[in-house]
Design a protein around this ligand. Structure first.
Ligand SMILES: *Cc1c(COP(=O)(O)O)cnc(C)c1O
Length: 375
């Protein structure tokens, strides 16, 4: 069989490596920890993590324990932190595989310690401090002191303490300051001293690179993949990120249809004159959602509006008489000197780049380029 469906997600690994370098170099006190959760925001965590590892990155984080085990297949001596809550029954596998777990509460740590009784080896934990996001973690001083007591247990290694900014991409820093103050106050309660203290995401990493603090890791996600967390962060002009992902396809059909002809499901579009309509094999089953109707794709350098409803596997655009079968289509990213930013594509659909990336279905092949050569 020839798999000739031309829809694919191109991942520029050179750009990704340069983004990592730039983010990591923002501060000489903090090491960049690569967030590779959710399959590296949909771009493919095995290839990306292996590449980062081969280029010296030794700090990674994922959302789930399953994602951590997958990483173990491609990277060796590194910190791999599971950011979400892991079932304490998995403590055995965490110890065996040298995976660090988040401790979200005293109860969780008690359960984990029970599991450790029958195991040799040490469990590495990062205690999650609740400072304002109100997702997981503990904010009560009493509970923190109790966790600190439990950390006396010899099979537990207090590897880190961390929190998470909920508005670091916002218009001002007031809420960050509130969270930072909470964090510093609560971290100071521990008599045990952890190796790592961390609170920054991409937005915090960019904003607070020269802040005087005691943190030594910054958790970089979306910026590694070439996007600013928000316009507020982009406007700071602190660094130039390069787009990493480009969603592309090719025209599979073109026709000229007369004025007054309907196009697509729901007959939501009618031609207002004789028009050329091109069909592109990408639809909502690929992650190009119905809400993108009306957005202008780039077809062989021409801006072409998506007309009619986006179908499951295909969509139609209005184009000029110059467009022919086989012409390149760019949805977002950079391709053949054409460019559409993923933020523009996301803004149009009232969402964010994070969601666009994560929604690209596994049906779309990922094509990796390093030194301008396909891997
Ligand atoms: C996803 C996540 C990050 C990364 O956030 P970005 O905005 O993509 O940099 C950092 N920390 C935690 C706890 C996360 O869940």
């Amino acid at each position: 069989m020839i798999n000739d469906r031309p829809t694919r997600l191109i991942v520029n690994l050179d750009a990704l490596l340069r983004n990592y370098e730039k983010l990591n170099n923002l501060s000489d006190k903090k090491v960049g920890l690569a967030i590779v959760k959710a399959n590296s925001y949909g771009l493919g965590s095995k290839v990306i993590s292996k590449l980062l590892y081969e280029n010296g990155v030794r700090h990674f984080a994922v959302a789930t324990f399953e994602e951590a085990l997958e990483l173990k297949e491609v990277i060796k001596e590194s910190l791999i932190l599971v950011l979400g809550v892991t079932n304490p029954k998995n403590v055995k596998y965490a110890v065996e595989n040298n995976i660090s777990l988040t401790c979200p509460s005293k109860e969780w740590l008690e359960e984990a310690i029970k599991e450790l009784d029958s195991i040799t080896g040490k469990l590495k934990v990062h205690v999650k401090i609740e400072t304002g996001m109100n997702r997981i973690g503990t904010f009560e001083e009493k509970e923190i002191l109790e966790i600190d007591e439990l950390l006396d247990y010899p099979k537990v290694e207090f590897e880190g303490v961390f929190s998470h900014y909920s508005n670091a991409d916002g218009e001002n820093n007031d809420y960050d300051d509130y969270q930072t103050a909470n964090f510093n106050r609560l971290v100071a309660l521990f008599k045990h001293k952890p190796r790592y203290v961390h609170i920054e995401n991409s937005a915090g990493t960019v904003k607070y690179n020269d802040r005087d603090d005691n943190y030594n890791l910054s958790r970089i996600g979306i910026s590694l993949y070439g996007c600013y967390p928000s316009k507020n962060i982009e406007k700071l002009n602190k660094l130039e990120l390069e787009p990493v992902a480009s969603l592309v396809s090719k025209v599979t059909h073109v026709k000229r249809i007369p004025k007054g002809t309907k196009v697509g499901y729901g007959i939501s579009y009618e031609t207002s004159e004789d028009e050329y309509i091109a069909t592109v094999p990408i639809g909502y089953a690929d992650g190009l959602l119905r809400r993108a109707q009306g957005f202008k794709l780039n077809v062989a350098g021409e801006e072409c509006e998506i007309v009619g409803r986006v179908c499951m596997d295909q969509l139609m655009v209005r184009c000029s008489e110059k467009i022919k079968v086989g012409d390149d289509v760019l949805v977002f990213g950079e391709y053949n000197n054409q460019k559409i930013s993923v933020d523009e594509f996301a803004d149009y659909q009232k969402t964010i780049s994070y969601e666009i990336f994560c929604c690209i279905n596994q049906r779309v092949p990922r094509k990796y380029y390093l030194n301008n050569t396909e891997l």
